[in-house]
Design a protein around this ligand. Sequence first.
Ligand code: ADP
Length: 163
Amino acid sequence: MSVAIYPGSFDPMTNGHLSIIKSGLVVFDKLIVAVLRNPRKEALFTVEERVEMITEELKGAGNLEVDSFDGLLVEYCKRKNARVVLRGLRAVADFEYELQMANMNRHLNTQVETVFLMANDAYFYVSSNIVKEAARLGGDVDRLVPPGIGRRMKEKLAATKGS
Ligand code: ADP
């Protein structure tokens, strides 16, 4: 059985992430979306909230698991019996960083392969950061994130305003 792990911050999940997840669900027998616990990155949503939001958006997908992890990704892969790391590629800007990560992970564990899927062209320039920035300034990001997530962003930004 082919098990792939799609790791990331997903703060929050955008339609770009969602398109990669949907493709991953078709390509692999099982897909684990794994939210990275990264204390060095300031986040809008807690890891628990992000897991809950992804689960909510994708309920009904039988071969999907949503989880969180910290530490080395290759160690997490081992624990989950996964041989594939799935990543999404957007514009050229992603390439160098992704290449570095894939090479480092291969260096740490030769059993784990990184597989890239191309972003849906409608979401080629969409990132969580740019979506958060636009939403913070009052911009309309409704077509860039799933509706449930757009709603949660509005609530969260209203609650954190001024703090
Ligand atoms: P990180 O913080 O590690 O970059 P992200 O949550 O931003 O994690 O992204 C996780 C993965 O999803 C990365 O491989 C990233 O390139 C990919 N990704 C992010 N946004 C998109 C998008 N709009 N289309 C396709 N892939 C994307």
